[in-house]
Design a protein around this ligand. Structure first.
Ligand SMILES: Cc1ncc(COP(=O)(O)O)c(C=O)c1O
Length: 378
């Protein structure tokens, strides 16, 4: 067998094993029915202001950035998004990467030295896991929210090197908000710094609606936050917000910034328009969160298990993969676009249906959903 045929055969065999275990995966688009899958929880992706800003930038700048932002690909739309994101979050500066994944990678790999200690939450998003790996610093894992374990892990840092704590503020699968003031107190005691991914909190939570790791709540142990823009901010890209000094360092040291084509300017412009709406119309976030709490209440009344609902989605934990698949398909048959989330995205035995509640769900949608949940559970 040639090396090429061998490669294809082993790839087919591996995918076959996954499919046999019920773990086949395929990209899916928007399905019919009431959308309970989207991360566009403020329902801004199709907002006329957002689309209008993107179209205007598309006409001005064309499709792509045309290069790395360090080699001719920088655009005023990138700068404007960075400036407003920094002001909104109370940071000195911001840096825009082409995705949230790139922002996490760029931040951690650009900031952390090999002599540093990283304490990361075991449940962190895959992009943070990879980012921490790429930094090649000594890394200790702790369970999310275990302040005692965090304290002990941070005590293991040596005299040389800094200590960083890496976590998600609102967990993307469990739905719980980190206790940032307590985490900050532990970090302060151990002279450590926080790197916080706000993917599921930006636009929804925190004193300014810009996320939970607000400088007012966390203080000077906050080193940086990443704001992935593909969720409540309705676009794409990922911002790092931090001090001017840290942002300048990332411009010089972050490969994920230097060696990649800049985000298409139209996407930056549309995302900025969405940021402005998220900032100026907090009622949208309130609607999305209230809808999620209402769905949670219904599931709890039906005796179901819900992980936590501090944001705009409801992690309905069903346990076995087949049960989650069955519930998802029963809800789809009743007109709700939902998907099951299975291992390895979540731990074994905790397959779930993640009901994402966007700001434009109507009273009728919610009443129908409450009814459908009752029918599916029984
Ligand atoms: C917590 C978290 N961080 C980072 C990302 C990555 O963001 P992006 O999709 O922009 O790469 C995601 C998206 O799935 C996420 O949930």
């Amino acid at each position: 067998m040639t090396a090429r045929a061998d490669l294809d055969a082993s790839a087919r065999a591996l995918v076959g094993v996954l499919a046999e275990a019920g773990r086949a995966r395929a990209p899916t688009g928007a399905t019919e029915g009431v959308d309970l899958v989207t991360n566009d929880v403020l329902a801004l992706r199709r907002d006329a202001r957002v689309v209008g800003a993107a179209v205007a930038a598309l006409r001005r700048a064309g499709l792509g950035a045309g290069g790395s932002r360090l080699l001719g690909g920088d655009d005023p739309a990138h700068r404007a998004l960075e400036a407003e994101a920094a002001a909104w979050t109370g940071a000195e500066a911001a840096l825009l990467y082409p995705s949230g994944t790139a922002a996490n990678h760029g931040l951690v790999a650009g900031l952390v030295d090999r002599s540093d200690l990283v304490v990361a939450e075991r449940e962190n998003h895959g992009s943070l896991v990879e980012a921490v790996r790429s930094a090649r610093a000594r890394t200790l894992l702790v369970n999310r929210g275990d302040l005692g374990a965090l304290d002990r892990a941070l005590a293991m840092g040596g005299p040389r090197g800094r200590r960083f704590v890496v976590l998600e503020s609102l967990h993307g699968m469990d739905g719980d908000a980190a206790d940032l003031p307590s985490l900050a107190a532990v970090a302060r005691r151990r002279d450590a710094l926080l790197l916080v991914d706000e993917a599921h909190a930006v636009g929804l939570l925190g004193p300014r609606g810009a996320g939970l790791a607000d400088p007012a709540a966390v203080g000077d142990v906050l080193a940086a936050r990443t704001l992935p823009c593909g969720k409540a901010l309705a676009g794409a890209g990922g911002l790092v917000v931090a001090s001017r000094a840290v942002v300048d360092l990332l411009v010089h040291r972050s490969r994920a910034f230097a060696f990649t084509t800049g985000l298409p300017p139209a996407v930056a412009a549309g995302t900025l328009a969405a940021l402005r709406v998220a900032r100026d119309e907090p009622a949208r976030a309130a609607r999305a969160r209230a809808a999620a709490r209402r769905v949670e209440a219904r599931l709890l009344a039906l005796g179901q298990s819900v992980a936590a609902v501090d944001g705009a989605f409801v992690p309905w934990v069903l346990g076995r993969d087949d049960r989650a698949l069955e519930v998802a398909s029963a809800l789809r048959a009743r007109g709700f676009a939902v998907r099951a989330v299975r291992p390895p995205t979540v731990p074994e035995g905790t397959a779930r249906v993640r009901l994402s509640c966007h700001a434009d769900l109507t009273e009728r949608d919610l009443a129908r959903l409450e009814h459908a949940l009752g029918a599916v559970v029984r």
